[in-house]
Every structure is written in structure tokens, then in C-alpha cells.
Ligand binder design. Sequence first.
Ligand code: 0X9
Ligand code: ZN
Length: 303
Amino acid sequence: GHVTFNRFMRYEEIERYLHRLARDHADLVTLQPLGRSWEGRAMTGVLVSLGGNKKRPSILVDAGIHAREWIAPAFTLYLLQQLVEVRENRHLLEDLDWYVLPMLNPDGYEYSHTTNRMWRKNRSNESDPWCRGVDLNRNFDFHWNLRGDGAAQACNIDYPGRYAFSELETKNLRDFILNKNKDKSIKLYLTMHSWGWFILFPWSYTKEHPSNYDELLSISKEANKAMVAAGSKHFRVGSPPDILYAAPGSSMDWVMGVAGVDKAWSLELPGGAGSGFEIEEANIAATVRPVFEGVKAFARHAR
Ligand code: 0X9
Ligand code: ZN
């Protein structure tokens, strides 16, 4: 039940670590079951809070919506270790609750370990038995399938599904966020992806900018500065269509456009050799460490 950064942990090991955290630090850590994946795996989140039963403003950090982006779940495990197991970080819990969801696509993650390293989508086969999987980061109900070509394209790597929230994994995240945010207590959302050294913020579906664009931009620059100061390469900052490509139906857009969270980002973490998704195991720790500094900068704007 221990965490390691010397290699990428498998789903079952990650589950065991989360359960162990909750057992060993019952005063700080409460498991948050999100529901089950298409193949029946438990999706487990974690609440880290000093508040006892008292709810505080919160930040939500998730990862693993794309299967092959292994460094993203690894980062959230590092974040949990730092928040829970490192005493000097206790101040990060003052006046702020942390929801950390390390593994939003467990079936795809396991498939990328056992069968196809480049797998991105989930593993459902309700659309086309020959082409499994929906891109979960296109399946959210906010300008879903904007291009209008979803129905015919189940084999595409960014297939948005037959309809918005057709997938168990996205429904589980939706219901969790709507439930936790009934009282508008979630102040900031971060969704971890890889790779590319990008700090992305809404909107993902259009080149139009939200009314708080300037604030999101300046916080992005601050987070970039913190990561660079910790030894990272520079991250480019902006909205996906402005600096990368448009992506309708993303979790980030839905969280800000529908779920009522005022600030949302998607981080494209550093890349590695080969395809870019393959961070050398010896480099995991050095890769996630500066990202923690960036996340601390974001968290300052959630209080
Ligand atoms: O295509 C995506 O979903 C994201 N890139 S990735 O290589 N991780 O697949 C970028 C889309 C914009 N980001 C978000 N809206 N989260
Ligand atoms: Zn991704």
C-alpha cells in the first residue's frame, strides 16, 4: 500500500495506496467513491481536509481522463503524498479542502499498460464493436460535438460518444462535482493531462474569451513562473483554440460553463521520449516536483 515514483503504478496499486492513506490518516483523508467504470472498476477520489465535518472552500484536481497520459495520475499521487504525508505542507490545508481524483479512466489506463501503450479513450463498446472507446474529454454536455460529426466517427481518437454523458466515467465525474458544488464551494478546478507544457484555460470550444479571461491569464503566468523557478521548462499559456486546438465537450469547459466553478485549467504536463507520453521512470519524480509548485500557486487563488 505504499506510493512509489520509481515506476508507474498500476490501477490496483493506486487503489491500495488511497485506501491506506484513508486508514493511516483518518483525521485528514476521506475516500470519495465516484462510482464504477464500464468494466466495473471503482473510481476512487480523495478528500483531504482539516475541517472535520465542516465544509470549506475547495479545489478539485483530477487526472487520468486520457489513458496513456501516465504522468498525470502520477502527479496526483505526488500531490496526495505531499498534502497528507509531509508535515511542512500542512499550511496548504488551512482554509482549503482538496478533492483529488487520480484515475478518471481506469479501464483505459489498464489497457494502456497491458495491451496498447497509446490507448487514449475509455473501453466501452456500445457505439461500434470494431472501434471501442469514447474520448471522455469530448463527452461533456457543454457545446458537445460542436463539429457535428460525432455519430459516424467511433474509430476516431477524439470520438465524443453517441450523446453527451453517454459514458459511466463522465457521468460519475459530473454527479460528483454537481453534488459537491451545490453550495458553490468548489473555487478552482485543475485537470491534469500530458503532454506539451501548456497551461490551458476556457474556453476550449471557441476562440471567444470568458469574462474572467484576464484573471485566468494572469494566474496562469504566476503558475508558470513558480514551475520555472522550480526547474521546469516554460509552459505556454492560453485557451486551447488560441494556442493548441479547439476541443468541445471537455471537462474543463463543462466545469466552468455548467457546474458553476469560476476558475478552471487544464495542464499539459511535460513530455518524454518517443511518443512524448513515455516519461522515463527515472524522471517521474523530477517531472512532478515543479508541477506541485505550480499547483500551489493556483491554490492561492482558491482561498
Ligand atoms: O485533446 C485534448 O483533450 C487535450 N489534449 S491531450 O493531448 N491531453 O489529449 C487538449 C484539449 C484542451 N484541454 C482541455 N479542454 N482539457
Ligand atoms: Zn489528455
